[in-house]
Every structure is written in C-alpha cells, then in structure tokens.
Design a protein. Sequence first.
Length: 503
Amino acid sequence: MAADAFPEPKTENSVFTEVRTPKSGDVQTDKSVPLTSTFWYSLAVLLLLPFQFGWSVGQLNLTTFNDEDECNARPVVDGTCLMFPGHSSTEWTLNVNAWIVGGMIGSLGCGAISERFGRKKVLLVNAVIMLAGAVIQASTSSISVFMVGRIVAGIASGCATGMVGGYISEITPPSRRNSYGTFMQVSLSAGILVVTISFFFADTSSGWRYIAAFPVLNAGFFLAVAPFVLVESPAWLLETGDRERAEQEMARLYGHAFVQHALSWMEPSANTDLESGAFSDEQHEGGTLSLLVSPLFIKQLLVALGVSAAQQLTGINAVCYYSSDIFSDAGISDGRVGGVIVYVLMLLPTMAVARLSERFGNRRLLLTGLAGMFISATGITLALALSVEVLSVVFMGTFVAFFSASVGPLIWPITAALFTDSVRATAVSMCIFINWVCNLIIGVFFPYVSDALDEYKFVPFMVTTAAFFFFTQFWIPETAGKSTEEIQATFRSRRTHKPDQSS
C-alpha cells in the first residue's frame, strides 16, 4: 500500500502514534456479516475449557480440606483434614503449586504445537489431557499421585488459557473480537464460582473426589461434541496455504454469501507482516520466535507481556487468598459464604465488560480499573491498620470489582489483538506463560510478605497497580474496535516516528 494513502497520524498521550489505516473491508463491513449457528456452537463448546481452568483454581479452597491445625493433630480426628488426612503443609503447598507448574508447561508448549498441527487438533488433545488429570486426581489415595494429577490438569488449563483467546480472535469478525474475547474470563469466573458453591455439598470425606472428577464430564462432553461443531481456524488455514479449506470453514462460520467479506479481513491480516518488509529473510527463516524478537514485533511482545504480568502482579489472588480472614473479622465465619460473595463480585462485572469496552475502549477501562484497584488497595491497608473491619470488606469488594471490569478479562482480547495471525498462537502462549509465572510468584511469596508486613501486606499491590497504570498510559495502544492492520500500523508508526528533540 502506498505511503501517501495513510492519513496524518494523531498523537496520543503515550509513546504511540495512532494511525488509522484505510479500511480493507474489515471493520466497516464485518458488522453486516451474520454469525451462523456453527459459530455460536464453536464458541460455546470452546468456553468449556476456561471453565475447567476456573474450576481448578478453586478446587482446593475449602478450609476443611486443609486446616493446618487439624491436619497436624495426631491422631487426626474423624471428619477433619478431609483430603489425605495427616498430610503436611509442605505436601499441600506442593500440590497447590503443582497445578501452576503444569499450567506453565501447557501455556508455553501449546502455541508452537498449534502452529504446526492446527488449533482444532490441539484443543481436542487438550481435552484428553484434562480428562486424564481428573481421573488421576479423583481415583488416587496417595497425595503424591494426586500431585501428578494436578500437574496434568495444569497442563490442560495452561493450554486452554494459551489458545482459547487467540482462537476466538481468529474466528471472530474484527469489530466483535474484543467483546467476544472477554467471554473467556466470564467462563473462567463462572468455573470458580460454581466449584465454590459445590463446597456446600462436598464438605465430606469423599466430596473432594467428586469435585476432582467433574472435569471428566466437562472434557467428555467437549470430546463428544467438538469434532462435529468446532471449526478449524480459517486464519491458520490461510497461513498454511490451504485456501480452499479456509473458505469452507468461513462458509460454516458466516455463510457462503459472506466468504469474500471474511477474506477481506483475514487475508490482509495473514500478509501484514510480509507486506511490511520489516524483517530479513534470515529472521523469517528463523521461525516464529525469531520474528517475535525482531523489530517488527518486539514492542507488541513487550506490551503483551506487560499486560499478562499485570493481571497477576496487581494482587487479585492475594486479595482472594486473604478474603476469608477479612470476612471472618467482619463476622462471616463460614469461608464458603465469603468465597461465594467474592466470586459473584468477580463474575458480574466481567459479564458487563464486553459492552463497556465497546463504549469506552480498552485503554480507558484498564486505566479506570487500575486506578480503582490502587484506591481499593490503599483503602484495605488503612482499614487493616485502623482495625475497621467493615471498610476492609467494602474495599476488598471494590478491588475485586475493578479488577473484573478491567485487567481480569481484557488480557485475553488485548494479547490476541496485538499480533498478526502468523505469530499469534506462539506469542499468546508466551504471554500466558508469563502470566502463570507471575501467578506462581504470588502464590509462593505472598504468604511470607503477609507475615512480614502484617496489616501493611497490600502496600506492594499499591505499588504494582500504580506502576501498571503508568505502563498502560504510556505503552498500551487502543485495540478495541481496531483491525489487525490498524494495530500493526500503530506500532509501525512508533518505529518510524522521530519525535522533535528540540521541543
């Protein structure tokens, strides 16, 4: 495309220059493209995978599974320490974090594999891994074998988080990618809430086995239905040169009459990096990783890694971890009740994000959410220091709500939107790997930070929310409602724009 076809760039209050590319029939015309029942079936079946992720997040959070005093008692009293009676705190910590280690493996490995074998095949294999992890956990009487099952389940969860967001982006028309990308967090949050509700019925010596076995039903349903309704990503098929099959899958998603419309936004995306001429033949031959660290994609990668880290390092898991103590101090002694309250507060704002992002954009939601989380973390700190229990509950609720309306769900559509189809799967899997690493860091170190800082335990999250606020302000461009070409043009303008040093 000729350089003079671009409008004059509009400078934002950030290091990026926003460039609107001429429309190639993408965002302007895709709003008229209907979505067939196959599209909705594919999306619905796909969302079973992040639901399992959410289920695994909350699976071990019932106090009677691991009350440290009850588990350390000798002999262990019947009806206490319900999971593997007499286990040590070290064994429990290893089992909790084994799932995160599995998630790191799954998220990092699935991208390159799906680039080679396709999205659909990898998602189907991932469901088999999910099923295997559930069977191992539900059937064993050994806490060591249970840990193996947690690792296997973590691999399935990691692969789901590493692939689902990108897959949704690849099958969805550009104007709706951002909204539909947030559905992943809705499914994830629903999984956490449902497993927390199940604690009211599973508070028995065998209840944990039923909880561990639930993904068998989830994965079984996916494997029974997905081969027939889940489409292969047309974007991936175009990347591999299989245009005929790509058009067949587009027809399944949008109808035969709209295949050419779909090509108008998919083909430019598939060729954006090639048309730019921004990398050498050696970089291209070096593979996807070489491209990602080249000048063409390195800024996109750094921004996406920052967003992925922000979701964990701003402290949502720490707040949820400490929520039972906050509720207990406020007079709600049943941790299950407190858990339901927290996860309802997490789910409801997440369900509204799709509409909010359409109206206000991702940047504004991120900035508002991070500012709200900073104020909430400050409020929790003051309330704990002054022993005002009611305010602790209020600010904990606002922290969760602001997270769920911003950083929580927006990681998935933003990381997927920052890359072209040729590198998206690998790039997103790298980002989600970093997300899992940060999850592990919080899980391992926050208890020590909490003990050391006492009522000031949330001060570190005041720092991280403030830091990521400025990171968003200066480094993250708007992605909501933008085509892949527009987003890439924004980054290209940053590489070529030379600010006036004399001003």
